[in-house]
Design a protein around this ligand. Structure first.
Ligand code: AMP
Length: 944
């Protein structure tokens, strides 16, 4: 036995001095024939890790050298010899046999019996016939070397080889793994599949457990169907094998010492998993069916979108389960789950990504159709987003809502997209629960061993159409004719067990009755549920609940601390050679730290992160190009020009500082923003920032904004402190790259769901970011950030502004003027302020003030009113914006401004508009038009 294997066994206590020989013997038997050892031992051996690229399960101890020699010879032969160059007929045929074996590994899945309904029509696969490889029936009894096929025999007749291949690759399991480039992984699959011919022997206990789980899955649907007939529940009927599958993942993951699992899924089967896997009390579910409220506050959500948390007991101890809340938009929860998992891994300092496991469930049509699937897969191995592999489960109903596969995709399988990350794909017939158990173990073992995504395609059907109020026969008549006559998965499996003698018909009836009885009693039906959960397994959100946005929090930092940090941020180790312009930026920052230069945006923002880190808050910043900043203002990640080396000053502030993650993202908005939403809703004490490359690109993630960020708290009571930085401002760059579509965010504002800010000074961004963390309120922050202002001479602050100030929701006129002489009150937000200021100064306008509203939502009524009421002789009140009239803040915020004007009790005052005309596009593509329009709107603000 290999040393690594022995060592691991010693560590896990499976071997002690007395039983070492016995275990070794068992292991050798397992290698020869995995089915010949008890299931418990097989499970153990399967989970042993690969040592130095060689699977520990490969070969028996006594024959190890011999085996490798043989294998080596075979491989060499299959590479360099062609049939024509071989001397004897037998040798030629030997090579052809090897080709046949390879063909089955590659294409066997195409002949596998995956469809429980038997309706799938697959074209014949020539490569899987012996004739295609130059062999014939006459060769069936001839002995060929079979060591490359992992069936524990060095030689076997062709008939045995073909039979083994058929059983392994063409029965209820269709395995796709030959597209994986890594040969360790490919060999791992070959070994695991072939050594058991994809048909492991299960103990009677395991079989009865599978049946019990199927009984629960079917029992719940039947119960709900009878109690609430015709009510939508998106039942699991037809895909009941999902319940034993997820149950097995959790229990086996627990044995691997996984501590948390996060599950994301759409509606089909959700109620079933909530009750039968996560242990939601059926009585609570029944209340929801009866229309009762779950939360006192907010709108709530339909029952098949609800999340849930619980702890269950596993062989490895208590495990925390979290089912993510989900909107109807099918695949969008997948990246949210990834973010939540990564947050939990970071919290646990789980750098090997072994303690928290993501499981995402998908429908066949959605997995094939929705682009966010591809984006999420693309995240899976990147530094910023990887979670050490996700188990994807497709509940493959073989139909979309009413759409048949030929219209739903262009790919052979609904899972083909997963091949882009070389994920192995295990198709399995949902009516063969033992095969389902086999692929489930395989998938989990693969994930734990190789830390990569894996897909299980559970081929099943939908017994009752898209939902229970539907008539599926209208669009899929043939399929539903077959379904009507088709026995349930549970019935078929129970019959099999009765036939095998593992179960009596009476016991079978009793199982069904026991489950029904438990539901009748309103009991929890998950035996492993932990009634008094260990709360240390998850975060306590209590400190963040029930806070008002108006509560003030001190965001100042003492000057000395600021200076010390500022100097630290500019200390660049020897050996890091900065590019010339970057070197200049750091030199300038040194001057800012010394008070010799006014502080600019980039430094103030970086200082906000540094101070938060020093106060114990982790910081995570992602988005396209965030390391440098789209407009070259941040330079938080410094690239040495000498070696390919990076240096992040924010990582080197103090020895035990919290983590700071700053990563350029993949070029996605949707999956990336959803990921960060998942991260932020899981980590309340971290500042989580996503920056759009340009603000307008955020609408590539509109579904995340609509379905999660602006409404998640209201629907599900899930708080979120995510910060979105969206560069915005009209600078003649054309219809795109001008507007972050402020109007969209403002239109979504209600019930203090989000904060929308437009900071215009470095000190404002500093205090805004600090406020986001220091105030215990956790609300998404949408911040419109500047572009040209990043280098604007007047958009600067002093160290004292950072040290003493706070975030101002409204900024008054740039200088105090005698209040009596002011006739015109101009309000604005964002960059246009500096254009207005320029005119005010250039024309020496003394009777107008320009006031910036730096927080558009929640609207700062009192702060604005207190400035407004200072001017007793006002004649004009103007809102000035750069955006066209149908965009920006005009339509969404004017009622707030009008209310402030009403405070004046002067009926002759009403709100005037100075801005661009209504327009279909956000901005003109011509610089000359832009300049003209900009000039006009600024002039109008002072003349209207
Ligand atoms: P989880 O680990 O996601 O299952 O969360 C455990 C518990 O923490 C949940 O049952 C909630 O009570 C609470 N919780 C989790 N996330 C949030 C959140 N974003 N906002 C408020 N409470 C939360």
């Amino acid at each position: 036995m290999q040393e690594g294997v022995m060592q691991r066994m010693w560590q896990t206590g499976h071997i002690s001095g007395g039983n070492a020989a016995y275990v070794e013997e068992l292991y050798e038997t397992y290698i020869q024939d995995p089915n010949a050892v008890p299931e418990e031992w097989r499970n153990y051996f399967e989970k042993l890790p690969t040592v130095s690229g060689i699977s520990t399960q490969d070969v028996p101890h006594s024959t190890i050298r011999e085996h490798f020699l043989l294998l080596g010879k075979n491989r060499a032969k299959s590479k360099i010899l062609t049939p024509a160059s071989l001397s004897t007929e037998h040798e030629k045929k030997q090579v052809q046999v090897i080709e046949l074996i390879e063909a089955y590994r590659l294409r066997g899945h195409q002949n596998a019996k995956l469809d429980p309904l038997g309706l799938q029509q697959r074209p014949a696969v020539l490569d899987l016939t012996i004739e295609h490889h130059g062999l014939s029936k006459a060769d069936m009894d001839t002995l060929f070397r079979s060591t490359s096929l992992n069936i524990g025999q060095e030689e076997a007749p062709l008939s045995t080889i073909v039979e083994a291949l058929q059983q392994t690759y063409c029965s209820s399991v269709g395995a796709e793994f030959m597209h994986i480039v890594n040969s360790d992984e490919r060999h791992w699959f070959q070994q695991r599949l072939e050594s058991m011919r994809s048909h492991p022997e299960y103990s009677a206990e395991t079989k009865l457990h599978i049946l019990e789980r199927l009984t629960a899955a079917e029992g719940l649907e039947k119960y709900l169907g009878t109690k609430y007939p015709g009510t939508k529940r998106f039942g699991l009927e037809g895909g009941e094998s999902l319940v034993p599958m997820v149950d097995e993942i959790i229990q086996r993951a627990g044995a691997y010492e996984v501590k948390e699992l996060v599950i994301g899924m759409a509606h089909r089967g959700r109620l079933n998993l909530l009750v039968n896997i996560l242990g939601k009390n059926p009585a609570d579910l029944f209340s929801e069916f009866e229309g009762k409220r779950v939360f006192d506050k907010g709108s709530g959500d339909v029952k098949y979108h609800q999340g849930f948390s619980s702890n269950v007991m596993t062989p490895g101890g208590e495990v925390h389960l979290a089912m993510a809340f989900n909107p109807s938009h099918l695949e969008i929860v997948a990246p949210v789950v990834q973010g939540s998992v990564r947050a939990r891994q970071d919290r646990r300092k789980d750098s090997k990504q072994e303690l928290v496991l993501p499981i995402t469930l998908h429908g066949d049509a959605a997995f094939a159709g929705q682009g966010v699937v591809m984006e999420t897969l693309q995240l899976s191995q990147t530094r910023a987003y990887k979670t050490g592999g996700t188990i994807h489960i497709i509940i493959n109903n073989q139909v979309g809502f009413t759409t048949s596969p030929e219209d739903a995709r262009s790919t052979e399988y609904c899972t083909d997209i997963a091949k882009m990350v070389q994920a192995p794909i295990l198709h399995v017939n949902g009516d063969d629960p033992e095969a389902v158990l086999f692929v489930t173990r395989l998938a989990l073992d693969y994930r734990m061993q190789f830390k990569k995504d894996v897909v299980i395609d559970l081929v099943c059907y939908r017994r009752r159409g898209h939902n229970e109020a539907d008539e599926p026969g209208a669009t899929q008549p043939q399929m539903y004719d077959v379904i009507k006559k088709h026995g349930t998965t549970r019935t078929l499996y129970a019959e099999k067990l009765v036939q095998e003698g593992a179960l009596t018909p009476e016991d079978d009836k009793q199982l069904v009755e026991d489950y029904r009885q438990a539901l009748d009693n309103g009991q929890h039906v998950v035996k492993s549920l932990v009634k008094e959960p260990n709360r240390e397994l998850f975060v306590d959100w209590a400190p963040y609940l029930a806070h008002e946005w108006t509560a003030r929090h001190d965001t100042s930092v003492c000057l000395q601390t600021l200076q010390e940090l500022a100097h630290k941020l500019c200390e660049i180790p020897e050996g890091i050679v900065l590019q010339r312009q970057v070197g200049k930026i750091i030199d300038d920052r040194r001057k800012m730290a010394a008070g010799a230069l006014a502080i600019n945006w980039g430094f103030a923002e970086t200082m906000a992160y540094a101070t938060l880190l020093m106060e114990g808050h982790p910081v995570r910043i992602t988005g396209q190009d965030v390391g440098r900043g789209t407009f070259s203002h941040r330079h938080a990640v410094l690239h040495s020009q000498k070696e390919d080396e990076i240096y992040i000053p924010l990582c080197h502030l103090a020895e035990n500082q919290p983590r700071i993650d700053i990563y350029d993202s993949i070029l996605s908005e949707e999956a990336v923003l959803a990921f960060e939403y998942g991260y932020a809703t899981t980590t309340p004490n971290a500042l989580v920032v996503w920056e759009a490359q340009f603000g307008d690109f955020a609408n590539g993630a509109q579904v995340v904004i609509d379905q999660f960020i602006t409404s998640g708290e209201h629907k599900w009571g899930r708080l979120c402190g995510l910060t979105m930085l969206l560069p915005h401002g009209y600078e003649g760059q054309g219809p795109e790259h001008s507007s972050a579509r402020l109007e969209r965010f403002l239109q979504l504002c209600a019930e203090h769901n989000i904060q929308v800010c437009t900071p215009t000074t470095p000190a404002q961004v500093f205090h805004m970011l600090r406020r986001q963390m220091l105030r215990p309120l956790r609300k998404p922050l949408i911040a419109l950030t500047p572009k040209s202002l990043l280098r604007h001479k007047q958009a600067t602050s002093s160290l004292e502004d950072l040290a003493e100030g706070s975030f101002q929701t409204v900024l008054p006129n740039h200088q105090e003027v005698p209040a009596e002489q002011v006739k015109r009150f101009i309000m604005c937000s964002g960059k246009v302020y500096y254009d207005l200021l320029e005119k005010q100064l250039a024309d020496d306008i003394q009777d107008a003030v320009v006031v910036r509203i730096e927080q558009l939502y929640p609207f700062p009524h009192e702060d604005l009113s207190s400035i407004f009421l200072q001017y007793p002789n006002l004649e004009k009140v103007v809102w000035c914006q750069e955006e066209p009239m149908n965009q920006g803040a005009w339509y969404s915020s004017q009622h707030h401004m009008r209310r402030v004007i009403a405070d004046h009790n002067n009926p002759s005052l009403y709100l005037e508009y100075a801005g661009r005309e209504a327009s279909a596009a956000p901005a003109s593509g011509y610089m000359s038009t832009h300049v003209e329009e900009q000039q006009r709107l600024v002039d109008t603000a002072f003349t209207v």
